[in-house]
Design a protein around this ligand. Structure first.
Ligand SMILES: [Zn+2]
Length: 81
C-alpha cells in the first residue's frame, strides 16, 4: 500500500474534490466535484485510474456535443455503458 505522502513536497495527501477542465476546439469542458487526493501543502492532485477514465469518457461525449461551455458534476453524470 502506498503512503499518503506527496512525492513533490512530502506533505500529506488528503481526500478532497477538484475540478477537471479541458480546452478543445469548440470550447471548454468542466467537470466539478471530482474525487481526488490533494496535497495539503503544495496542492498537487492525484486522480484514481477509474476517475481518470470516467473523465475521459465524459470529455469525449461532451466534445461530440460541441457546446461552447459544458459543465457537469462528476457524481451526477451517468455514462451509458
Ligand atoms: Zn505536496
Amino acid at each position: 500500500m502506498k503512503k499518503d505522502v506527496c512525492p513533490m513536497c512530502g506533505g500529506l495527501k488528503k481526500k478532497s474534490t477538484t475540478s477537471f477542465t479541458v480546452d478543445y476546439n469548440y470550447g471548454v469542458i468542466v467537470v466539478r466535484d471530482v474525487p481526488a487526493m490533494v496535497c495539503v501543502q503544495c496542492g498537487e492532485e492525484w486522480l484514481a485510474d477509474e476517475v481518470a477514465s470516467k473523465l475521459e469518457k465524459i470529455a469525449s461525449v461532451a466534445k461530440k456535443q460541441q457546446q461552447e461551455i459544458f459543465i457537469a458534476k462528476y457524481n451526477s453524470y451517468l455514462l451509458a455503458s
